[in-house]
Design a protein around this ligand. Structure first.
Ligand SMILES: *Cc1c(COP(=O)(O)O)cnc(C)c1O
Length: 384
């Protein structure tokens, strides 16, 4: 029973007894590393986004890294990324020795657009990492129309976008390669974990090899074989495997996904109603070509929003036991990237400075949402 003073967390993973049982069954089976449950999770997840192949890995960060390896990106190449993203997006370019090039985003979606990408294209551009930020689908076709004639690869960072919809189909359905996260901050969780989805069979085979030390035969296949099998190491790979315990949890979570997304869209609709018509405040919404899973419900405040703007709002919410978060980070403002030259990034800087992410979780009540809105709008209501 929640009371008026209970702490409201920003996010709570939606897990039940079925996940516990599935993990316990995997342990009891004696096969806990990558095995049959990982294979089953890959098939089920790929099917859910209508991709031909799924390749499970240890995180979305390692998925992004492998996606760039598989696209042949390396030293001397430039990779266009939004600065407005979790740091892993930019780091992936660095992992393969390439140079990340920061592009600005649209202020309403938080995503790259053909105009912001065109501004930073150059003769060394070899890939674009298109992020579906916070679950808001990016306009994939518009970016591909720009990139494909130039032979530039498009990787979709769909870490936040499981269950989001782009032009009537799941995000990932049209991807050259899409990368997914199963961290507990995302909607479908395996503790840690990630996936690549794609249609190209040869590339899927290479990705499977790369995640497992470059081995010609997977450990699971070798184990299942009747006679002795000698593996070869075909190239320098990585250990980016998912475990069968994680995949067992993921399979149960996948079965809950539609319900999780339905509930988040319901919670978003109530926030929209509570915050409608407030001057100097704009809440994230569906773009005209798709639907967000509302993994992050963020609001953008005017810098002079009553009560001290964004930072004042965060402090006010914290005082009332409500965990909100600053908006999405901007990599170019972090010490790790502060020497990277970049074009002006006005929308990125405005969003990262003036936005905050409101609490949203499956079991959140209307009363809790009303408490959040009241705390956010208190100075507006009182005219301070
Ligand atoms: C969370 C996130 C990642 C990293 O995911 P991990 O699974 O934690 O490695 C990458 N990109 C974006 C946009 C994210 O939100």
């Amino acid at each position: 029973m929640s009371t008026l003073t209970d702490r409201i967390p920003v996010m709570v993973p939606y897990l039940g007894i079925e996940e516990e049982q599935a993990a316990a069954e995997a342990v009891a089976s004696g096969w806990i590393a990558q095995g049959p449950r990982v294979a089953q999770f890959e098939r089920a997840f790929a099917e859910s986004v209508t991709a031909a192949h799924g390749v499970a890995v240890s995180s979305c960060t390692t998925a992004l890294h492998l996606s760039l390896v598989a696209c042949g990106i390396g030293p001397g190449d430039e990779v266009v990324v939004p600065s407005l993203s979790f740091i892993a997006t930019a780091n992936a370019a660095r992992y393969v020795g390439a140079d990340p090039v920061f592009a600005d985003v649209d202020e309403t979606t938080g995503n790259l657009t053909p105009d912001t990408v065109r501004e930073v294209l150059g003769p060394r551009t070899r890939a674009i990492v298109l992020v579906h930020q916070g679950g808001v689908p990016a306009d994939v076709r518009a970016i591909k129309e720009l990139a494909e004639p130039l032979g530039i690869a498009v990787v979709e960072d769909a870490a936040c976008a499981v269950g989001s919809v782009y032009r009537g189909a799941p995000v990932g359905a049209e991807a050259q390669v899409a990368t997914w996260s199963f961290h507990p901050r995302k909607l479908l969780t395996t503790g840690e974990g990630g996936m690549l989805t794609l249609d190209d069979a040869d590339r899927a085979t290479r990705l499977r090899r790369l995640r497992e030390h470059g081995m010609s035969v997977s450990a699971a296949d070798r184990h299942a074989s009747a006679g002795p099998v000698f593996e070869q190491y075909l190239e320098v790979g990585f250990n980016f495997r998912m475990t069968d315990i994680q995949a067992a949890v993921g399979l149960v979570q996948l079965g809950r996904l539609a319900e999780i997304v339905r509930r988040r869209r319901e919670l978003a609709a109530y926030y929209h109603a509570l915050l409608a018509g407030v001057p100097g405040l704009r809440a994230v919404r569906d773009p005209e070509y798709g639907q967000s899973n509302y993994q992050s419900f963020w609001v953008l405040l005017d810098p002079d929003f009553p009560g001290g703007g964004r930072d004042g709002a965060l402090a006010r919410l914290a005082e009332r036991g409500i965990s909100a978060r600053r908006g999405i980070m901007a990599a170019h403002l972090e010490p790790a990237y502060d020497t990277v030259k970049h074009v002006d990034l006005p929308a990125t800087e405005r969003i990262t400075r003036d936005s905050l992410i409101l609490p949203m979780f499956h079991t959140m009540t209307s009363a809790q949402q009303e408490r959040v809105a009241a705390a956010l709008l208190e100075p507006v209501a009182s005219g301070v």
